[in-house]
Design a protein around this ligand. Sequence first.
Ligand SMILES: NC(=O)c1ccc[n+]([C@@H]2O[C@H](COP(=O)([O-])OP(=O)(O)OC[C@H]3O[C@@H](n4cnc5c(N)ncnc54)[C@H](O)[C@@H]3O)[C@@H](O)[C@H]2O)c1
Length: 352
Amino acid sequence: MIPKLNIVPFVSVDHMMKLVLAVGVERFLIELAESIETDFRRWELFDKTPRVASHSREGVIELMPTSDGEVYGFKYVNGHPKNTREGRQTVTAFGVLADVGTGYPVLLTEMTILTALRTAATSAVAAKYLAPKNARTMAIIGNGAQAEFQAMAFKALLGIDKLRLYDIDRTASTKCVRNLAGHGFDMTICSTIEEAMEGAEIVTTVTADKQNATILTDNMVGSGLHINAVGGDCPGKTELHADILKRSDIFVEYPPQTRIEGEIQQLAPDHPVMELWRVIAGQETGRANERQITLFDSVGFAIEDFSALRYVKRQIEQTGLYEELDLLADPDDPRDLFGMLLRAAVAAPTAA
Ligand SMILES: NC(=O)c1ccc[n+]([C@@H]2O[C@H](COP(=O)([O-])OP(=O)(O)OC[C@H]3O[C@@H](n4cnc5c(N)ncnc54)[C@H](O)[C@@H]3O)[C@@H](O)[C@H]2O)c1
C-alpha cells in the first residue's frame, strides 16, 4: 500500500502505555537498552551538539536533535522541579523522527514515559560496564517519577533485587514501594541518606532541585561503589559534592554537553572523563578493579532519544498502537498550497 503522504503516525500517552504493557516493562527496557547500545557503537557517524536550552527562573526547556544521515530525530523536553507542587510533572517530553531524504516526519510521539524508560535503560547499560560484578543492592535517593523506571531497568539488566529508598518526602518512597510490589524486590525505606547507602553497591541519585544540592557527601562514598548520578542535568543543578568527583572515574555521554550540565560542571574544563560509547564499543575499559569508584554522570543525550524513537517506530509497526495524524499539507499539485486552502473553504463554509 502506498502510504498517504500527509499522514504521520502519532503515539499518544495512552498508546505508549498500552505498548509498554503489551511488550512488558522489563522486556521493553532490555530491548531499548539493546537499541541504545547498538547506536552507541556507531556513535561517530551521528550529528552531535549540546542540546539547545532555554533557561528561566523556574526551569528549562530543551531541544535535542541528532541524525545518523538517514533518519533525523529530536526531542522537546522540560525540567521544572516546582511543577509537582502544582500537580504537574517535573519532566515532560515529545519527539519526532523524520526521513532525511524528504525531510518528512515519520513519527510523532509522547516522550514523557519514553524519557523515563530511556533514561533508566541508559543508566543500566552504563552500570553493566561500570558497576561491581554481581551487585544486588541499589540505593535510590529521590523517589519521584523516574525512580521505579530506574529500579526496573537495573533489575532487568543487572539483576538488582534489593532497593534502599530515601526521599525527603516519605510519601514518594511509599509510592515506590507500592508500585514495585510484586516485581521481586526486597525494599527498605530509609530515614537518612546514610542509612540508604548501607550495603549498597550502586547508588542512583535522581532528585529534582533547581540548585546545586549536596545529596551525597564524600564520607558517604566507599571504595568500589558505582554512582548513577541522574538528577544533576542543568547548569547550577548538581547532586554530588565535588570531592566525590575527584575520587571517581567519571564516564559521560557527550562531553561538550556534560561539561555544561553534569556533575563535572564543578570541575576544571579539562578534568579527564571517559566517553561511555568508547567503553561500549570495546575501545576503553569500564570498571577495572573492585576498589574503583565509578560515576556515570548522566545528563541525557539526543542519541538515546533517537534510539528510543526508532525502537518505538518498529514496535508500532508491529502492533498498530498509534493514530494517523493529518500533520502535513498535501495538495494534489505540490505548488498549489494556496489553492488547496481555497478549496477547503468550499468544503467547510466559514462561520457566520
Ligand atoms: N539524566 C537524565 O537523562 C534525566 C532524565 C530525566 C530526568 N532527569 C532528572 O532527574 C531528576 C528527577 O526527575 P523526576 O521526574 O523523578 O522528578 P520528580 O520531581 O518526580 O522527583 C524528584 C524527587 O526528588 C525528591 N528530592 C528532592 N530533593 C531531595 C533531596 N535533597 N533528598 C532526597 N530527595 C529529594 C523529591 O521529593 C521528589 O520525590 C530531575 O532533576 C530531572 O531533571 C534526568
